[in-house]
Design a protein around this ligand. Structure first.
Ligand code: CP
Ligand code: NVA
Length: 318
C-alpha cells in the first residue's frame, strides 16, 4: 500500500512522475474528468485551511469523484470518544482514499499503518508534502529545471514546510540553504537534516543551515518563507517570535542579494510586515498565487497515482 506521508518515502522517480502528470493535467484537464469516477475521498481536518481544503475538494469534483469534509471538532475522535485505530478501520470500509490535516505526525503514521486505502498527509506539525510537490511543479515551470538550482528558505526552520523542502530539494538535486535563528525551537529537526545531507551527498548538492540570513539568500534562484506563527504555535509566543525572526524577514534589501531573476515563494497564509514585506509578496518576483494554483494540479496527480498504485496492488493480490 502506498501513501503520501512525507517525501523521504517517495523516490526521486516517483516525484518526477507525479510532477509530469500534474503538468499534463494542467494542460489537458478534460482528459481526466473521469479519473475518479465513483471514488470518494475523506478529508479529515484538525486545523484550519483555505488552500488545502478547497483545492482538494475542487480537484476531486473535477476528476468526477466525491469529497467529504470531516472536521474532527464534530467527530467522536475529536470528542475523545473513539480511537484513531477504530476511526481508520471504519472509514477504510467506506471510502477509497483518506487525506488528513493533523497536529501530531505520529497520528498520520498510525493512520497509514492501519488504513486499507491510501492516506495523504495534508499537513502535520512536522511535514507538508503536498505543498512541496506543488512547489516543485511551480519552480520547474518558472525556472525550466530543478537540478542545480539554489533555494533559500528564511524564517522558522523548525516546521513542516522546511522539513518537506529539505527532503524535496535534496531528492531533486536542488541546493538548499535554511537561514533561521539558532536553538532547537527554530532550527530544522536534526534527523531530517542528516537524511537530507545523506541524499545530497550522493547527488553532490549542498544542504546548509545558517544563522546568517545574508549567507542563506546570496545568489539564490528561489527565495522561500513561511509563517512565523504556524497553526500549531500558541498565540502567546507571538512577541517572542517576532523579535527572534525579524532579522530573517524577506524584504527588498535582502531580496537584492538573491539572483536578479530569483522568484519569491510563500506557501500562504502570509502576513505582510512579518515573514516578508508587502513590496516583496506583492512585487514582480512573487509567484505565490501560481504556487497556490498548483496545489490543485499536483493533488489531482497525487490522487490518480495513489489510486493506480492501489488498483495494481489489489489486482496482484487477486
Ligand atoms: N498552504 C496551505 O496549506 O494553505 P492552507 O493552510 O490554507 O491549506
Ligand atoms: N507552516 C505553516 C504552513 C501553513 C500551510 C503552518 O503549519 O501553519
Amino acid at each position: 500500500m502506498q501513501h503520501l506521508i512525507d517525501l523521504n518515502e517517495w523516490t526521486a522517480g516517483q516525484i518526477r512522475d507525479v510532477i509530469a502528470l500534474a503538468r499534463d493535467i494542467k494542460k489537458k484537464p478534460a482528459r481526466y474528468v473521469n479519473a475518479m469516477r465513483g471514488k470518494t475521498l475523506l478529508m479529515i481536518f484538525e486545523k484550519p485551511s483555505l488552500r488545502t481544503r478547497v483545492s482538494f475538494e475542487t480537484g476531486v469534483t473535477q476528476l468526477g469523484g466525491h469529497a467529504i469534509f470531516y472536521d474532527t471538532g464534530t467527530s467522536p475522535l475529536g470528542a475523545g470518544k473513539e480511537s484513531m485505530y477504530d476511526t481508520v478501520k471504519t472509514v477504510s470500509r467506506y471510502v477509497d482514499m483518506i487525506m488528513a490535516r493533523l497536529f501530531e505526525h505520529a497520528k498520520i503514521e498510525e493512520m497509514a499503518r492501519e488504513s486499507s486505502v491510501p492516506v495523504i498527509n495534508a499537513l502535520t506539525n512536522f511535514a507538508h508534502p503536498c505543498q512541496i510537490l506543488g512547489d516543485l511543479l511551480t519552480i520547474q515551470e518558472k525556472k525550466r529545471r530543478l537540478k542545480g538550482l539554489t533555494l533559500a528558505y528564511l524564517g522558522d526552520g523548525n516546521n513542516n514546510v522546511t522539513h518537506s523542502l529539505l527532503y524535496g530539494c535534496s531528492k531533486m538535486g536542488i541546493h538548499i540553504r535554511v537561514g533561521c535563528p539558532p536553538g532547537r525551537e527554530y532550527k530544522p529537526d536534526a534527523g531530517v537534516v542528516r537524511e537530507a545531507l545523506r541524499i545530497a551527498r550522493r547527488l553532490k548538492t549542498a544542504v546548509k543551515i545558517t544563522r546568517d540570513p545574508r549567507e542563506a539568500i546570496e545568489g539564490a534562484d528561489v527565495v522561500y518563507t513561511d509563517s512565523w506563527m504556524s497553526y500549531h504555535v500558541p498565540t502567546l509566543k507571538l512577541n517572542e517570535r517576532v523579535k527572534v525572526f525579524t532579522p530573517f524577514q524577506v524584504n527588498a534589501a535582502l531580496m537584492k542579494l538573491a539572483r536578479k531573476d530569483a522568484i519569491f515563494m510563500n506557501c500562504l497564509p502570509a502576513l505582510r510586515g512579518y515573514e516578508q514585506t508587502a513590496e516583496v509578496i506583492d512585487g514582480p518576483q512573487s509567484v505565490v498565487f501560481d504556487q497556490a494554483e498548483n496545489r490543485l494540479h499536483i493533488q489531482k496527480a497525487i490522487m490518480i497515482k495513489l489510486l493506480e498504485q492501489r488498483r495494481r496492488g489489489v489486482e496482484k493480490k487477486g
